[in-house]
Design a protein around this ligand. Sequence first.
Ligand code: B12
Length: 291
Amino acid sequence: MVKAIELGLPKMQIEEAATRKQARIDSGKEVIVGVNAFRTDSRTDIDLLEVDNTAVLQQQLARLKEIRDTRNEADVSGALDAIERCAAGGEGNLLELSVDAARKRATLGEISSALETVYGRYRATVKLNTTIYLSQMQENSLFQEAQNLADTFASLEGRRPRILVAKVGQDGHDRGAKVIAAAFADIGFDVDISPLFQTPEEVVQQALDNDVHLVGISSLAGGHKTLIPTIVEELKAANRDDILVIAGGVIPERDYDYLYERGVAGVFGPGTVIAEAAIKLLGILLERHKP
Ligand code: B12
């Protein structure tokens, strides 16, 4: 199992299964009542807890500052050094030393950084599972329309439509992002995927480096109202507001207008048929080629 994990096999199989599942839902081969069959237009008003991310950030920064101002720095650096030595030498108990450091008010970031200096940071290899969405959807008229539009765009633009599918903040839900990336590749997009846990600035840098037409943020952990508008602003500041920013994932419908007003070009929530989303986005991109 350890070898399989190192080779990325379980991860790959999970992602393949997720893409196949989404293609079967999008093509109607698999029915989910309320999602792709027997949909209703009636809306239930659900009470949602709204968390003010900016206020939470400020509170956390204030708490961190207070801890740093009141702890004994010599004790903390001694405890962090002990972790680093133990990690390097393999002798001792890392958990015990981490508990000791935490009791001396070392932060989680500092404790993991001490380990990182020795072990480095894990970087998942991101692999696109192409042809799976295609194999389930090739007879589907929406999929074919999306492919044709992608081809038309490529002939007008001189290169294929290019999308960066990105994850920002502390949101670890990457299933949707991987499925979107794989399906867009099968439709005929050039696809880049960001690592998890990016800052808006890192996403913008990757978008600029790869000269993409679209940045698609998949957001499922409630960070959409702060992180996504920041990406729009950063692109503007880099004089690249021609790069469209779109959002998908678990975003309450009442927040859609908030995002549109801040320059987001499209919002695609759960239940989105990916080929339909691609048609809409290619429509926006093709508008630019109209005389
Ligand atoms: C699977 C899942 C997990 C898995 C994630 C595995 C993985 N590798 O992705 C695990 C178990 C790890 C997990 C953990 C957590 N989860 Co969770 N999770 C879910 C769940 C059940 C399904 C999400 C999913 O994968 N759907 C399938 C994919 C294909 O759909 P999708 O992402 O929505 O994408 C579709 C569209 O949204 C759109 N789309 C999405 N992105 C994009 C991007 C573009 C460019 C476009 C065009 C379209 C698009 O197209 C896709 C196809 O239709 C949801 C509930 C739900 N039903 O959505 C909760 C949910 C997202 N989780 C939730 C929570 C709270 C958590 C935890 C914080 C729980 C905890 N206390 O620990 C942790 C957070 C971990 C972290 N670091 O982020 C909440 C989030 C609440 C919120 N937003 O305020 C949800 C909504 C459940 C709930 N109702 O409370 N979770």
